[in-house]
Design a protein around this ligand. Sequence first.
Ligand code: ADP
Ligand code: MG
Length: 216
Amino acid sequence: MLSATGIQKNYGQLWVLKGVDINIAQGEIASIVGPSGSGKSTLLHILGTLDKPDKGQVSINGQAINFLNDRQVAAFRNKHIGFVFQFHHLLPEFSALENVCIPGWIAGRKKKEVADRAIHLLQTLGLGDRTNNKPNELSGGEQQRVAVARALINSPKIVFADEPTGNLDSANARELHQLFFDLRKQFNQTFLIVTHNEELAQMSDRILHMKDGNII
Ligand code: ADP
Ligand code: MG
């Protein structure tokens, strides 16, 4: 599902990624762990096409990203890639349902089809009765589940999560882990997760240790 080779990234004099190779299979749940500043977020952004490497190639679902122009990358990302961040970045003026629908509208899909899938996802995530609430009317765990539903609205090939439980208490964190595994079971969903959560890392199929810009 994901294949990247020789990924390098510099910020001025700072050599942040030193030639990372990584392969993730369809339906795999892999965790990246490592000290703060080791390059985890930078790597995730590059793999998720939010940022470009200085050297190296990223392929997702057989599509080599470096062959696409910026507009094509943006369209590919919206259609095939889902993101969950530590801070969910939900839009406060929109309802839970609307927040989930937005990437579907951007993809130009039919409104009815998008709404049906959004409702199905919110129900699956235990938020069937919260669809019309605004983010500030939801708990932290509920908001994070809305963000997960939003990440899944276009049935992405792969979901990248950067410390998704960083902002949750341990009960909510455990629920989110369970959710990832349920989604894998239901949709064969692929996940690459940066986490400090030992429990989540231990549950995953594979743990990738990052240190000083390399996967060791
Ligand atoms: P991690 O997620 O593992 O904590 P990051 O990928 O966020 O690490 O950062 C790796 C290193 O790159 C850090 O030293 C950080 O300060 C630096 N860095 C990250 N983004 C930028 C940027 N946009 N400009 C300059 N330096 C950056
Ligand atoms: Mg980080």
